[in-house]
Design a protein around this ligand. Structure first.
Ligand code: AP5
Ligand code: MG
Length: 244
């Protein structure tokens, strides 16, 4: 057991599992941080954007329907996304804690989720990643994503060792269809009008909201800061010691 896990293991056993919502503008680092926290905690990282893109890649009927919505920087319908998340949260791997990325992002989604929490034994916490506008544009225009494993890179901050090739599996790196400048501007507007008010709605529903200014922090420091906040809140974020 590592020192970190030994520290966490001293926590009382009766604490509720944490349900962490990674919240923030496009490019604020939800996906990057979510992947790191998953490694640290063993919790599933449920990213609604990834789930929708998977449908598009597989050319399912849902994917074909969603393709033009995502490409335009608009939001998928609330009932569809909420149902998708609700089904996934029913899996047993969510029982010890989970990380939501990109959900909720409208008031109806937030109200539905608050209702879901009210009947369950989780300690929900929203982590708001704050990054200023110019840094968001820099991040999104330089992002590259592995077409196979979904690993996230940045041309300047976190480049792959070989240009356009994933370090993990050698697959090609791609530019996301919605990272074109005009779509990025639409996504930022959608965020301002429909998603920004969500944090306040959840706070009013009694859900803890923690903000982290992370525009000048590297990804490891952001994950460390979140981990520190979660520890302070008192959740148990120990990774199960599975044999490798
Ligand atoms: P989604 O995939 O969730 O996109 P998003 O919210 O716009 O966020 P991004 O994935 O673009 O950014 P991120 O915050 O994950 O940043 P990342 O870690 O990649 O949603 C896509 C679409 O799906 C939506 O537009 C909508 O159509 C639909 N959708 C999804 N959820 C929905 C919902 N709930 N309801 C309805 N529709 C929904 O990082 C970005 C870049 O920055 C990378 O290059 C990375 O390497 C770099 N970077 C990250 N952290 C740092 C750091 N600390 N320092 C320097 N660089 C960093
Ligand atoms: Mg993302």
């Amino acid at each position: 057991m590592t020192t970190d896990n030994a520290d966490i293991a001293r926590k009382p056993a009766l604490q509720k599992p944490l349900a962490v919502m990674l919240f923030g503008a496009p490019g604020s680092g939800k996906g990057t941080t979510g992947k790191m926290l998953t490694k640290l905690t063993g919790w599933p990282h449920l990213a609604t954007g990834d789930l929708l893109r998977e449908q598009i890649t597989r050319k399912t009927s849902l994917g074909l329907e969603m393709q033009s919505i995502l490409a335009a920087g608009q939001l998928a319908p609330d009932d569809l996304v909420s149902r998708m998340v609700g089904d996934r949260l029913g899996w047993s791997d969510c029982e010890a804690g989970f990380l939501l990325d990109g959900f909720p992002r409208t008031i109806p989604q937030a109200e539905g989720l608050a209702q879901w929490f009210s009947g369950r034994n989780f300690r929900p916490v929203l982590i708001h990643l704050w990054v200023e506008y110019n840094e968001i544009l820099r991040r999104l225009t330089g992002r590259r994503t592995c077409s196979n494993c979904g690993a996230i890179y940045h041309l300047e901050s976190t480049p792959s060792q070989v240009p356009d090739v994933c370090d993990n599996d050698g697959a090609a790196l791609t530019v996301r269809a919605d990272d074109k400048e005009e779509v990025v501007l639409q996504r930022l507007q959608t965020y301002q009008t429909q998603t920004w008010p969500v944090a306040e709605t959840l706070r009013k529903n009694g859900i803890l909201v923690e903000a982290i200014e992370c525009g000048e922090m590297d990804p490891e420091s952001v994950a460390d800061r979140i981990r520190w906040r979660l520890d302070r809140i008192g959740g148990s974020i120990a990774k199960k010691n599975k044999p490798e």
